[in-house]
Ligand binder design. Structure first.
Ligand code: PLP
Length: 379
């Protein structure tokens, strides 16, 4: 049995189980409470029209063609439909990219804090993990130059989970320069590409000479509030994609067919949909940020995605894990302990809040959190 995670199971998913057990508001796992009716209708229509059998393993050709066109137009990445496959979420995309391409003993560099799924993927592949420590809330690009070796893989995530950081073009250019100089492959997880607030999303694959050395993972989960559909995609060129295709084929055969047909319709949604999507999250981000500051949490305002990665108030003496377990049981709010996002350089004072819930749930969560914290300060 390979040990694939320091906690043996995902802390994010574990906290969801505990949220159900204790009837807590789940600000742990990042999923919304509702999906728009038009999106639901697209899926039910596909099932009723009997689009219920396997598609070709790579995914519907029409869907890949439409996605390729969108990626060319919006991300300025020059790809064709044959460079894309449809996966069971970005989660499968990450596994396909890593298992398909990282050789046993191959180095994979990841910036801490790290979205939970990358480490298990590298461990399943038998790769060697090199992490770049977090420098007081900053991603340290200098360290990348220090640890990189010829032929390494570099995993990046923008917009970033858990910190909400959106990598700037300048930062991506630095990573790209290093990748080219040391002949590295970059795996970029762009699950939250449509959810940025103040900064624009840039795909590293669009930078000069990066298309051939980048694997990009995308998702329908967050953009359309359909995390349970398990729909994502991955694109890369040449041998990188060939290796991905064979893992995908044997792992899942294909992504769920009715949702692939539904996704075809989602790609026709007007730009107002995406603007409304960002605005609704901006309101929730601003509300949560204001309330959490009042509670005594310290954090950088997220520039993208729907998480706040916050330092525990000074008066909390418990570490992050004890705090989260106590809060879910006795305070009725589920969060994720920050430790689960660190691999080598542990950090026990952070927790992650997801603000992907409805405003009423967020208000109730803040009420509960305040009541819980007031008991701690009175002690
Ligand atoms: C950074 C990141 N990548 C990937 C995923 C998984 O997405 P999917 O539902 O498409 O598998 C998530 C889900 O929270 C995520 O935050």
């Amino acid at each position: 049995m390979i040990k694939i995670n320091k906690f043996d199971e995902s802390m994010i998913r574990k906290m969801t189980v505990l949220a159900e057990k204790y009837n807590a508001i789940n600000l742990a796992q990042g999923f919304p409470e509702h999906t728009k009716k038009a999106i639901i209708n697209a899926a039910t229509r596909a099932i009723e029209e009997d689009k219920n059998q396997y598609t070709v393993t790579y995914g519907l050709k029409e869907l890949r063609e439409k996605l390729a066109e969108r990626i060319r137009q919006e991300r300025d990445v020059n790809i064709g439909y044959e460079d894309i496959i449809i996966t069971c979420g970005a989660s499968e995309g990450i596994i396909d990219a890593v298992l398909g391409n990282v050789p046993r003993g191959g180095n994979v560099i990841i910036f801490e804090p790290i979205y939970e799924n990358y480490i298990p993927a590298v461990q399943l592949a038998g790769g060697n993990i090199k992490t770049i420590p977090w420098d007081n809330g900053k991603f340290d690009m200098e360290q990348l130059t220090e640890v990189v070796e010829r032929g390494d893989f570099i995993i990046i995530n923008t917009p970033h989970n858990p910190t909400g950081k959106v990598f700037s073009r300048e930062e991506l250019l630095r990573i790209a320069d290093i990748a080219k100089k040391y002949d590295c492959i970059v795996i970029t997880d762009e699950t939250y590409e449509y959810l940025t607030y103040e900064k624009k999303h840039v795909s590293i694959a669009s930078l000069e000479d990066m298309g051939g050395r980048t694997i990009t993972v995308g998702s329908f989960s967050k953009t359309y509030s359909v995390t349970g559909w398990r729909m994502g995609y991955i694109y890369a060129k040449g041998l990188l994609m060939q290796n991905i295709k064979s893992v995908h084929d044997y792992l899942t055969i294909c992504a769920p067919s009715p949702f692939q047909y539904a996704a075809l319709e989602l790609l026709d949604l007007p730009h107002q949909y995406y603007e409304g999507f960002v605005e609704s999250y901006r309101k929730r981000r601003d509300f949560m940020a204001e309330e959490l500051v009042k509670c005594g949490f310290e954090f950088e305002l997220p520039q993208g995605a729907y998480y706040i990665f916050a330092k525990l108030p000074k008066f909390i003496e418990m570490n992050d894990i004890d705090f989260c377990f106590d809060l879910v049981k006795n305070g009725g709010v589920a969060l994720v302990p920050g430790s689960s996002f660190f691999y080598k350089h542990d950090n026990k004072r952070y927790v992650r809040f997801s603000f992907s819930k409805d405003m009423d749930s967020l208000k109730e969560a803040i009420k509960r959190l305040n009541s819980y914290l007031s008991k701690k300060t009175r002690k």
